[in-house]
Design a protein. Structure first.
Length: 130
């Protein structure tokens, strides 16, 4: 199944609206985080309750749009030790709730900012305000 994430070119800090369109025409609305733009890829699901950094940096997810089934993603932030490789391989990332303020003693960055710095388009149903 082919998946498209399209994000209007608005300021990223305002969490602009995002649109997730499946190949069969079904559309889902959310809020953007990460890079502003469009991406295409095969939709795949991950059921892990943790390990989102490992998923995003795993080369086996190359050119796929990963949909996380865990309700809250980003609670532990991003650190320098948990990646499977040195770059993000997924084409896009879809979550239900993206954490803006993580809690972790090894925190090096926030997931939302890590996605933006690595040009990853992502979509969440909700992004809490700071």
């Amino acid at each position: 199944m082919r998946l498209e994430i399209s994000v209007p070119k608005l300021r990223q800090l305002e969490s602009p609206p995002a649109l997730l369109v499946l190949e069969d025409g079904r559309a889902f609305y959310g809020r953007a985080f990460g890079a502003v733009g469009e991406t295409f890829g095969e939709a795949v699901f991950t059921t892990g309750m943790s390990g989102y950094q490992e998923t995003l940096t795993d080369p086996s997810y190359y050119r796929q749009v990963v949909v996380a089934t865990a309700p809250h993603i980003g609670n532990t932030g991003w650190n320098d030790e948990d990646g499977e490789s040195s770059r993000i391989w997924v084409a896009g990332y879809v979550v239900r709730d993206a954490a803006r303020v993580p809690s972790n003693c090894a925190l090096a960055a926030i997931l939302i900012m890590s996605c933006a710095l690595r040009a990853l388009s992502a979509c969440a149903r909700s992004i809490p305000e700071l």
